[in-house]
Structures are given as structure tokens and as C-alpha cells.
Design a protein around this ligand. Structure first.
Ligand code: C2O
Ligand code: CU
Ligand code: CU
Length: 506
């Protein structure tokens, strides 16, 4: 009996030692995962490479006055890291694409040629245009095929962008490098004294995060990273450690978050203030002074920054509050910090005028005019409980009408919400007036877990009952999983039709 008891005690002791060891390994593993999940490149980037600026796309003007662009999607290779060629895709080049630029009122046509071995599309993010020209998943362009959308530019000056949108593969096509900017000018409503010399004091900045596995892009999601694929380094305009010489007192930066999953919190290394002049769809009524600016994937902002002669200052992304617990915050990249781009100001700077106190007349949709309310509930991979279906129309809106959409993130992870064809007003964020950064024209808005936004949208057509536009989460892995829905614009009294059979352009 005494012998048995001490033997039992010994077994229990051994078992508890094993349990403690297992707990230590699991806990240690977790602690390791937690501590290695946050990334910081602050102070560690040497800024060895000059920032490249995407070239302005050449265009020709047709006999009927249409401005014609050419975009070739092709595969290539680029040396992001010295001596290592990374397989990439690009428009008219190896990585990213040229900047398209057109005037409000102009007719444009783009000859899109798919030189890849798989089907893709080119979507004009933020553009108001007919649904059949939108470049969503219904306008697939097969390998070797050409698609030639055309439309009349009919919206205020803005920083828009273009990227593929093939259902289920958008994330990988964008991550391979297919993205570019599309700038709209509106000379008749130009406030005048904003910096406007492309590539000099008016700088497009396409911001992406990236992770390499040897020479190639890594594609795997990190542990617990439900948000999507996060990189451990950043690139601006496809350059990993960029600097840019500055010759003007004030520079306009057109920031585009072209990452597939990462949310940035832009600011400067010395915490200087900058002036927000535009959001996704164009200029604000009045500029806003900020020291930090959050942009989730797909969102844009135009800011004006002032420099002192001879100084160096770094554009940085700081920790961003994703509205999650410490665990989610860490594994979704909220704790990460990045040095993005170093500005090197010349000893003598060209003088720049101050940003005007009023920019453009406000022209946002008015929620008071809404004739239809709709609710959208976001959950991982679904909107209103359903995954995207190519042959299901989720909403039918009447041309010329204003609607109020309430979008709620019912999930434990962040999402955002993007609507094609329109620029909406953010009317409320969690029942309150929106912060300054959300007071301009928007087409994409961030939603932390539990967050609710109320939007006012005006659908000015044209009607096409058979061809849908998309609304979706712009975290591209989520979009690919089916976190997307479709709406059509119809004439009063008209019914939604049936999306046409999918076909590849030729
Ligand atoms: Cu930027 Cu539906 O996309
Ligand atoms: Cu879009
Ligand atoms: Cu999402």
C-alpha cells in the first residue's frame, strides 16, 4: 500500500512535469508566434534606391476626339533585391503600370491586351462608367485576347486606379504587380494653387507590402492572419528602399494603398502635420490638417506636405488601431511599423503657394434625399449571409436615385467596403459624424470589428439591367473567397435582368 502510494505519487509527478513541459512548449510557441508576428522596418531601411515614378501612359486622339490608351498585361521579371530576379506581372512593363490621365468630359478608350497565360480583367476603380466597361468579373479577357472599353469621363478631378478583378483570383493578380493609377483632371474646377507637376511636386505613391521567399514573392498567409497575406517589407512604386529628392517647398502626394490586405497609418518620422486635400473620389471642400492618416486596401488620399531646405524626413506607417483585441491587433498587422520613403530636400527650394482655404464646391450625395435604405452585414467571406454568385443580382437600384446604405461589420476581424461606379458620402461612423479623413468623396471605407457606417450614394447611370457592378470587401483574399455582391442600375419601372453568359473578349 505504502509502496503503491509512493509509486502513484511518482507517476503523478512525472505526468505533471510532462504537462508543464508541454504547456511551456505550447505557450513558448505562442509567445514566439506573438513576438515574431510584429514587424518594424523603422530605422532599418537604408533608402538606397531612387523612387521611380510610373510614366504617364502615352495616348493618341482619334478622329472623333477619343483619347486612346494601350495597356498590355504581361509577365516579366524585376530585380527588387540586388542580384535576384523576381517573377512579376505588369502593364506595359515588368511591374505595375503607367499612369493614365484624362480630362473630365473627355471620351477615353483603352485597348487592353491580355498577354498572360490566364484570363484576367482590368477594373477602373473609382470610375463612374457604364457597367459593361467596368472591368469586373463579367468582363473577362482571355489569354491573348483584347478588350476595348470606352466611356466619357464624367466626374471631378481624382486619383483613381486600375487593377484586375477576375473572380477568385484578384489577390494573386494584383500581388504579381498588376496595378496602376488613373488620374482625372477637371480644369474647369481647379482650385489653382495645389502642386500639379507630375513626378515633380505632384507625386503618385503606390504603396504595397511584400514578402520574399528567396527571389520570389511569398504567397502564404501568416499564422492567425485572417486578414490576408501580409508582407514584412514595403515598396513604393515597386521600389523597396526608396528616397526622393525634393525641389519644392510643398509637394502633393497621391497615396494609394495597393496592398492586398494591409492597413496603413501614414505619417512622417518627425510627426509633422500635413494637409489632406483629397480622398478616394476627389478634392475636399476644405483642406484638413492631420498628422496621421489611415488607408485600408483600395483607398486613396491626396496630401500636401511642406519641406524645409536641406532636411530629410521619412514617410512612415505607424501602428494602426484595427479595433481588435491585442491578439488580433498583432496578427492582423496593426502593430507593424514601416519606413516607406525618405524625402531629401534640396538646399534651395522653389517657393510654393499655401493650400487654398477652399478647394471645390461640395457635391456629395445627400442622405436626406435617399429613396431607398439597404443594410449590408459583413462576415468573413460573406455579405448578408451569402457568398458572391455571378448569376445573382443582390440589389437593383433606379437610375438617378439616391440611396442610404448601412454597412455593419459583424465579424471579429477588420473588413472594408468598396462600391463600384459611384463616389459615396460617409454620413455616419458608429452613429457619429465622420472624422475629417472621411468627409470627402469615397468609394472604399474601413470597418473595424463591430463598426457600422452609413453611406449616401447617388446612382446616375447609365442603366443596364443585365450587367452588374460589384460591391465587396477590398481585402482581396476576402473578396476572392466570395465577400462580394452585385447590383444593377435600371430605369424607373425596369426589372433586373440576367447577367450575360461569361465570355472572354477577343
Ligand atoms: Cu478596386 Cu472591385 O475593386
Ligand atoms: Cu472598384
Ligand atoms: Cu474583408
Amino acid at each position: 500500500m505504502a509502496f503503491g502510494r509512493s509509486r502513484l505519487r511518482r507517476i503523478l509527478l512525472i505526468l505533471s512535469v510532462i504537462a508543464v513541459a508541454v504547456a511551456a512548449v505550447v505557450g513558448g510557441g505562442f509567445a514566439w508566434a506573438y513576438t515574431t508576428a510584429d514587424v518594424s522596418t523603422v530605422g532599418a531601411v537604408e533608402f538606397t534606391d531612387e523612387l521611380s515614378v510610373p510614366p504617364l501612359a502615352p495616348s493618341t486622339v482619334d478622329a472623333d476626339g477619343t483619347r486612346v490608351f494601350q495597356l498590355d498585361m504581361r509577365s516579366g521579371a524585376k530585380e527588387f533585391q540586388r542580384g535576384k530576379a523576381t517573377s512579376t506581372w505588369g502593364f506595359n512593363g515588368d511591374y505595375l503600370g503607367p499612369t493614365l490621365r484624362a480630362q473630365r468630359g473627355e471620351r477615353v478608350r483603352v485597348q487592353v491586351r491580355n498577354g498572360l497565360t490566364e484570363a484576367s480583367t482590368v477594373h477602373w476603380h473609382g470610375m463612374h462608367l457604364p457597367a459593361a466597361m467596368d472591368g469586373g468579373p463579367h468582363q473577362m479577357v482571355g489569354p491573348g485576347a483584347t478588350w476595348t472599353p470606352q466611356w466619357q469621363v464624367d466626374q471631378p478631378a481624382a486619383t483613381l486606379w486600375y487593377h484586375p478583378h477576375p473572380h477568385g483570383a484578384t489577390e494573386s493578380h494584383v500581388r504579381m504587380g498588376l496595378a496602376g493609377m488613373f488620374l482625372i483632371d477637371d480644369d474647369a474646377n481647379d482650385p489653382g494653387s495645389l502642386p500639379h507637376t507630375y513626378g515633380v511636386d505632384d507625386m503618385p505613391l503606390i504603396v504595397q507590402d511584400v514578402k520574399f521567399k528567396g527571389a520570389q514573392f511569398a504567397t502564404g498567409r501568416g499564422m492567425f492572419a485572417d486578414i490576408g497575406v501580409l508582407g514584412d517589407r514595403t515598396m513604393v512604386n515597386g521600389v523597396l528602399a526608396p528616397y526622393r529628392n525634393i525641389g519644392d517647398e510643398a509637394v502633393r502626394l497621391r497615396l494609394l494603398n495597393a496592398s492586398t490586405a494591409r492597413v496603413y497609418n501614414f505619417g512622417f518620422s518627425d510627426a509633422r502635420r500635413f494637409t489632406l486635400v483629397g480622398t478616394d473620389g476627389g478634392l475636399l471642400a476644405q483642406p484638413e490638417s492631420l498628422d496621421q492618416l489611415r488607408l485600408s486596401p483600395g483607398e486613396r488620399a491626396e496630401i500636401v506636405v511642406r519641406f524645409q531646405p536641406g532636411e530629410r524626413v521619412t514617410l512612415r506607417s505607424d501602428r494602426v488601431d484595427l479595433g481588435m483585441d491585442f491578439f488580433g491587433q498583432r496578427f492582423s498587422g496593426g502593430d507593424d511599423r514601416f519606413d516607406l520613403l525618405e524625402f531629401r530636400a534640396a538646399q534651395t527650394l522653389r517657393p510654393s503657394p499655401a493650400v487654398p482655404a477652399a478647394l471645390v464646391a461640395a457635391q456629395l450625395p445627400d442622405a436626406g434625399a435617399a429613396v431607398q435604405q439597404r443594410d449590408f452585414t459583413l462576415e468573413f467571406g460573406k455579405i448578408n449571409g451569402a457568398k458572391m454568385a455571378m448569376d445573382r443580382i443582390d440589389a437593383t437600384v433606379v437610375r438617378g436615385s439616391t440611396e442610404a446604405w448601412t454597412v455593419r461589420n459583424a465579424d471579429g476581424m477588420p473588413h472594408n467596403f468598396h462600391v463600384h461606379d459611384v463616389q459615396f458620402a460617409v454620413v455616419e461612423v458608429d452613429g457619429h459624424a465622420p472624422p475629417p479623413a472621411l468627409r470627402g468623396p469615397k468609394d472604399t471605407v474601413f470597418l473595424p470589428p463591430g463598426g457600422t457606417v452609413k453611406l449616401a450614394l447617388r446612382f446616375d447611370g447609365p442603366a443596364d439591367p443585365n450587367t452588374p457592378y460589384m460591391f465587396h470587401c477590398h481585402l482581396l483574399w476576402h473578396e476572392d473567397l466570395g465577400m462580394m455582391g452585385q447590383f444593377v442600375v435600371v430605369e424607373p419601372g425596369q426589372q433586373a435582368g440576367q447577367p450575360p453568359h461569361q465570355h472572354s473578349g477577343h
